[in-house]
Design a protein around this ligand. Structure first.
Ligand code: GLU
Length: 304
């Protein structure tokens, strides 16, 4: 596949979209990022990486971290995880309280904030040093030992994190949080603050695309069937309440974050990470979504 030519054309096509959308500013530290940047990296199963524009610039991965948390929580809890959360698309905003109240503290899926906060609680309960373990896991998956938390971003989110505080209180009320809520929230914000580049994210997501090798990183072991299921959840729940549109336009399992990043996989072919901070009304990167839509259209490759 001529990825070089295809991606060069894609970048030319999305340039006119620069300026559309708005970067997340409800986490004050994210408002300082220059919004008019973009990056893309495709890594094939064979290990070839194609990088363009700011593919080596690190950004806040935010909710993309929930995929790593799911890999860890699923490997620890197995099917028992689904006693604490569902695996249905939510059809509501990622930080909605309404659905959680109606469904009595059982989050719809692991990728809305409520689900991710429950996974964070599980990791706090089951691991001696969840912060250290999580970081080591992400470093091993991406092959980059300098990846780190951004404490200033985590702190900035904590200071304004009233909605997530409300979510965890509701979860606690319904008995779905075992630990101390301040402690769990602190880890949740830290997890979201991890900074990675498109190149590092694409590499970290490759094991979700490559079913030929065992998934075994830092004591996080997943069976092939579990990897397949994580991909299924990315497909149905990875894009807030725009998951249906993303499936329609792009057609790949993936996960977005309000830092403007999206990581996605084409099983048995490649992983891809894109980044551009300006978001649409649903919280997904405008240019990032477009780049992926054009990629799957131009390559004429489809998982369906
Ligand atoms: N830390 C963000 C929050 O909890 C993550 C949101 C996201 O990227 O979807 O609001």
């Amino acid at each position: 596949m001529e990825y070089n030519k295809i991606v060069e054309n894609i970048i030319d096509s999305v340039r006119p979209l620069q300026g559309q959308g708005k970067q997340a500013d409800y986490i004050p530290a994210l408002a300082n990022v220059n919004p008019d940047q973009m990056g893309i990296c495709i890594e094939t199963i064979g290990g070839a990486a194609y990088t363009y524009e700011k593919a080596d610039t690190r950004f806040s991965i935010q909710s993309i971290s929930k995929v790593f948390a799911l890999a860890m929580a699923f490997s620890i809890e197995g099917e028992g995880l689904w006693e604490r959360m569902g695996r249905e698309p939510s059809g509501t905003a990622f930080n909605s309280l309404v659905q959680l109240e109606i469904e009595q503290g059982k989050p719809r899926n692991p990728f809305i904030n409520a689900g991710a906060i429950v996974m964070t609680d599980i990791l706090c309960e089951r691991l001696k040093d969840p912060e250290g373990f999580f970081l080591q896991f992400v470093r091993n998956m991406s092959g980059s030992n300098t990846i780190n938390y951004n404490h200033a971003v985590a702190e900035s989110e904590r200071e304004q994190g009233y909605l997530n505080a409300a979510i965890i209180n509701l979860l606690k009320y319904h008995g779905n949080i075992k630990g101390d809520i301040e402690r769990v929230l602190r880890f949740y914000f830290l997890m979201c603050s991890v900074e990675m580049s498109c190149r590092e994210l694409a590499h970290a997501f490759l094991p979700f695309a490559d079913h030929t090798k065992p998934f075994d990183y830092t004591d996080v072991y997943l069976t092939r069937s579990q990897v397949k299921r994580i991909n299924a959840i990315m497909q149905t729940c990875g894009f807030y309440d725009e998951a249906g549109d993303f499936s329609y336009l792009v057609g790949l399992p993936g996960k977005s974050g309000v830092g403007g990043g999206i990581a996605a996989v084409f099983p048995s072919l490649y992983s891809v990470a894109v980044w551009s901070p300006r978001l649409n009304a649903k919280g997904n990167s405008v240019i990032g979504m477009k780049m992926l839509e054009l990629l799957t259209t131009a390559t004429q490759q489809s998982i369906f």
